[in-house]
Ligand binder design. Structure first.
Ligand code: AP5
Length: 216
């Protein structure tokens, strides 16, 4: 099964992709995580992406399409994947259609996570991640069971993203509205778009997504 999770910054795409990955053995393909790894490694891609990401703008389509094309071709994606953060423009969506057609794969569902825009900044500003295993947390909505210790790997090191601040959030939201929201009619027209209430609790959102996948 191949899915796209679509929604604005902080909608919960990464949170839900991690749950689906654990439960269903699908591979989470987060373009944001891939880019942050490229920035950390100092690769050519990372050098090009760093400043763009810090401003909250979108990395050029050509770079993103190349990244996903290579990743989808890896053997672990054969059993299915969850795209988290891609596509974000119509050009990326068209390139994805082409890649899937070339490799004999199909898109089973595009899940739109509907959220109240006012809640997004609170989610983004309170977010932090385990520096070792990448598990996501939130100061208010998802604290570790033991304060300061990652539930999954026991690490005591956590990181925050440079673009997780109220100012950059405005640019990220503007990019979402102008370039990514038009993908909703694009996928609705293909009959694969479904919606969940992204304002519900994390468990409830997961339950809604699982229900939509049952019939896919
Ligand atoms: P990316 O990393 O994809 O960021 P994003 O789309 O802004 O999404 P986020 O990761 O911020 O949010 P999310 O929806 O995953 O929410 P999460 O689950 O973490 O992209 C970063 C940058 O990279 C872009 O700005 C761009 O520059 C570049 N980029 C990436 N892909 C690109 C592409 N395809 N093309 C061009 N450029 C690209 O949840 C957020 C917080 O809320 C967490 O703390 C979580 O615990 C909490 N939370 C989650 N669900 C709930 C809930 N139901 N209730 C309460 N709290 C919740």
């Amino acid at each position: 099964m191949n899915l796209i999770l679509l929604g604005p910054p902080g909608a919960g795409k990464g949170t839900q992709a991690q749950l689906l990955q654990h439960e269903r053995g699908l591979v989470q393909l987060s373009t944001g995580d891939m880019l942050r790894a490229a920035v950390a490694s100092g690769s050519e891609l990372g050098k090009k992406a760093k400043g763009i990401m810090e401003k909250g703008e979108l990395v050029p389509d050509g770079l993103m399409v190349g990244l996903i094309r290579d990743r989808i071709a890896q053997p672990d994606c054969a059993k299915g994947f969850i795209l988290d953060g891609f596509p974000r423009t119509e050009a990326q969506a068209r390139a994805l259609d082409q890649m899937l057609a070339e490799t004999g794969k199909k898109l089973d569902r595009v899940i739109e996570m509907e959220v109240d825009e006012k809640a997004l900044t609170e989610r983004i500003v309170g977010r932090y991640t385990c520096a070792v295993c990448g598990t996501g947390y939130h100061e208010k909505f998802k604290r570790p069971k033991v304060e300061g210790v990652c539930d999954v790997c026991g690490s005591k090191q956590f990181v925050r993203r440079k673009d997780d601040n109220a100012e950059t959030m405005k640019t990220r939201m503007a990019a979402y509205r102008a370039q990514t929201e038009p993908l909703l009619p694009y996928y609705s027209g293909r009959g694969v778009l479904r919606k969940v209430d992204g304002m519900a609790s994390m468990d409830e959102v997961h339950r809604q997504i699982s229900g939509l996948l049952a019939g896919a």
